[in-house]
Design a protein around this ligand. Structure first.
Ligand code: GUN
Length: 288
């Protein structure tokens, strides 16, 4: 039996990051605007703090400017919306991201919908989600975009594949389904109410798992030579980070598989940097 090819998200994300660094250098030479990302974080969710720190560090690494705005978990919704409104108007700011999840008293959609469609680098507001749905994507949600970049980088032809997504969140599952549809896959999005999930996963040429449950999918759930993309990041009691897929069990059965860590994770940030640069370029065109 042939061993599965392991998709190296660190390598591919570094290639993207290097390209962005070069573009920033060129922009400096041309005296063009340097991309500026504003990040808003509410409350003290430890995972969110780590993600936001990583985003800031990567921005610095490529030469972007970034600023993080911290709010306590009791903050009033209007205060956050007022900040977003002022960032929308600020010509220095190209990109705005509100780290999720938000505290329960804050209406997530109201917050997301208040971000300028041109600065919505998460691609979560209705204009950007709708554009992807229409098949004319503008700013695309970062994790699904990063997964499409991985498939592209490995020359995986998606047209006609049976793609199955597990998980229907607004952040990953739904936009992932739209990306796959756009890429010519016959796409099924499954979720917590799906009956007989295994009947779907067994049919998948391409399986994307985003459920947040350690080792949820085993090799007897997939068909031979399936391409397996694992979005999960789960911390076990012993501190080890694992995905939603039982990685070892797949290694003789899958054709391609992403590891955790080092697969999809680094691609999310790479896509965010791409989106920030794209937003900056587009806004410069609008202003000039
Ligand atoms: N929380 C988990 N993933 C994401 C993401 O991609 N964007 C934002 N804003 N928050 C998240």
């Amino acid at each position: 039996m042939k061993k599965s090819k392991i998709i190296d998200g660190i390598k591919i994300s570094n290639e993207i990051i290097d390209k962005i660094k070069n573009q920033v250098k060129k922009r400096i030479q041309k005296k063009a605007k340097i991309p500026y990302l504003a990040v808003i974080i509410i409350g003290d969710n430890p995972a969110s703090k780590i993600y936001v720190q990583k985003k800031e560090n990567k921005c610095k690494e490529v030469g972007f400017i970034s600023k993080t705005f911290y709010f306590s978990k009791e903050v009033r919704e209007t205060k956050v919306i007022n900040l977003i409104k002022s960032l929308n108007k600020d010509n220095n700011i190209d990109a705005i991201l509100v780290q999720l999840p938000l505290p329960n008293h804050i209406n997530k959609n109201k917050i997301i919908n208040s971000i300028s469609i041109y600065k919505d680098v998460d691609g979560f507001n209705p204009y950007n989600t709708g554009s992807l749905c229409q098949g004319t994507p503008k700013l695309r949600p970062c994790t699904p975009k990063g997964i499409m970049s991985l498939l592209n980088a490995y020359n995986i032809k998606t047209h006609g594949l049976n793609a199955v997504v597990i998980g229907a969140s607004n952040v990953v599952g739904r936009p992932m389904g739209l990306e796959l549809l756009l890429a010519g896959c016959t796409t099924t999005i499954t979720h917590r109410f799906t009956k007989n999930l295994k009947e779907y996963t067994k049919l998948a040429d391409l399986l994307i798992v985003a459920v947040g449950k350690a080792n949820f999918i085993n090799s007897d759930w997939i068909k031979d030579k399936a391409i397996i993309i694992d979005v999960g990041i789960n911390k076990l009691k012993n501190g080890k980070i694992v995905g939603d897929v039982n990685f070892k069990s797949m290694l003789l059965k899958a054709s391609y598989i992403t590891p955790v860590p080092g697969g999809v994770g680094p691609m999310t940030i790479a896509s965010l940097l791409e989106n920030t640069l794209e937003a900056c370029k587009n806004l410069s065109k609008i202003k000039n």
